[in-house]
Design a protein around this ligand. Structure first.
Ligand SMILES: Cc1cc2nc3c(=O)[nH]c(=O)nc-3n(C[C@H](O)[C@H](O)[C@H](O)COP(=O)(O)OP(=O)(O)OC[C@H]3O[C@@H](n4cnc5c(N)ncnc54)[C@H](O)[C@@H]3O)c2cc1C
Length: 302
């Protein structure tokens, strides 16, 4: 079997398959979504470890099984063969063939184009307070409005910071009722569009607004839109579904896509980005991809 993508979801799927004693090959391009962060948090047994350390431990444990294989590289083409198997071609031109494919390719975040934001991503600018809030707690926080979900997010922030500012960035989506509600929770709203983020190196000291005021904050949270940056999904004919933060591959409860024999796991096939949940998806995809080789129907299928 071939697993495309070798981080939380892919390594976890491959581990299940390796333990069935069948051959499994993980192909990985080495660009996990969380590579901008120095540490991963809330991951049981790995709390505070760097993303690279966790992946390395995962790879080492996987490759201890003689049926597991790992290749660095990017899969760029895949197609179904006449015998129902799949051909996968890497950028290097190397080709592999497999009875089943698991797509664990993750997604790509689209960051707002605000000078100073991208270089602080994963450090003092983050998406998830559960992942990085604890380390940044107790100082002034900002939330950059990027849509409805920011209004939900901003209220959560009060558990980490007593001084929370919502930067609406000139959006006219904040009705008087919404403003009153947020202000009643003690949240300050800044309506002037944002010009840039300022601070020494990767640290953040404030948000500079278009009217040239600088509002001091030390951490900013931003909900991003994401996309699937690979032609493999359409080449395989997998259906997508629109989630709040971007398109995802549609899967059954067994993590099988709408294309028979193709499974998908992790951020590419779930709306809530989280390392543990991606790994859990990988378990499902690995187990049920294996079972699909052995049995034609599955009692767990809903
Ligand atoms: C800045 C940041 C910090 C985060 N911190 C945390 C945290 O502390 N705790 C937490 O639980 N979650 C955190 N997350 C969320 C977490 O990173 C994701 O939920 C998790 O990485 C998803 O795992 P995945 O295996 O689905 O995808 P990814 O980790 O993105 O891995 C996908 C892999 O597939 C590879 N790939 C893609 N296309 C191809 C191809 N065509 N061929 C071969 N390989 C390919 C990529 O290079 C990559 O290595 C964070 C996210 C971000 C953005």
């Amino acid at each position: 079997m071939i697993v495309i993508g070798g981080n939380f979801a892919g390594l976890s799927a491959a581990l299940q398959i390796a333990r069935t004693r069948r051959q499994v090959l993980v192909i990985d391009a080495g660009k996990p979504r969380n590579r901008f962060a120095e540490a991963s948090h809330g991951v049981l047994g790995h709390d505070g470890r760097s993303p690279e350390q966790i992946a390395q431990i995962g790879r080492e444990q996987l490759l201890a099984y003689p049926t597991a294989h790992f290749v660095e590289g990017k899969a760029i083409r895949t197609e179904r063969q006449q015998d129902e198997s799949f051909l996968v071609e890497l950028e290097s031109g190397i080709r592999y063939q497999s009875q089943r494919i698991i797509l664990a390719i993750g997604v790509v975040d689209h960051l707002p184009e605000i000078p100073g934001l991208a270089e602080r991503w994963g450090k003092t600018v983050n998406q998830c307070p559960y992942c990085h809030g604890y380390e940044l707690a107790g100082v002034s926080w900002g939330v950059l409005y990027t849509g409805e979900a920011s209004l939900h997010q901003v209220k959560l922030m009060l558990d980490w910071s007593d001084n929370v500012i919502l930067f609406s960035n000139g959006s006219d989506h904040l009705s008087a009722d919404i403003r009153t509600d947020l202000e009643s929770h003690g949240i300050t709203i800044e309506s002037t569009p944002v010009e840039s983020l300022v601070g020494e190196g990767e640290s953040l000291s404030g948000v500079k607004l278009k009217d040239q005021r600088t509002i001091p904050i030390k951490a900013l949270f931003v909900i991003t839109q994401s996309s699937i940056a690979s032609p493999l999904v359409s080449q395989l004919g997998c259906e997508l579904e629109d989630e709040a933060f971007g398109p995802m591959i549609k899967t059954s409860n067994l993590k099988e896509t709408t294309t028979a024999g193709v499974f998908a796991a992790g951020d590419v096939a779930r709306p809530f980005a989280n390392a543990t949940l991606a790994a859990a998806d990988g378990v499902l995809a690995g187990i049920f991809a294996h079972q699909s080789l052995v049995v034609s129907s599955n009692p767990y299928h809903r």
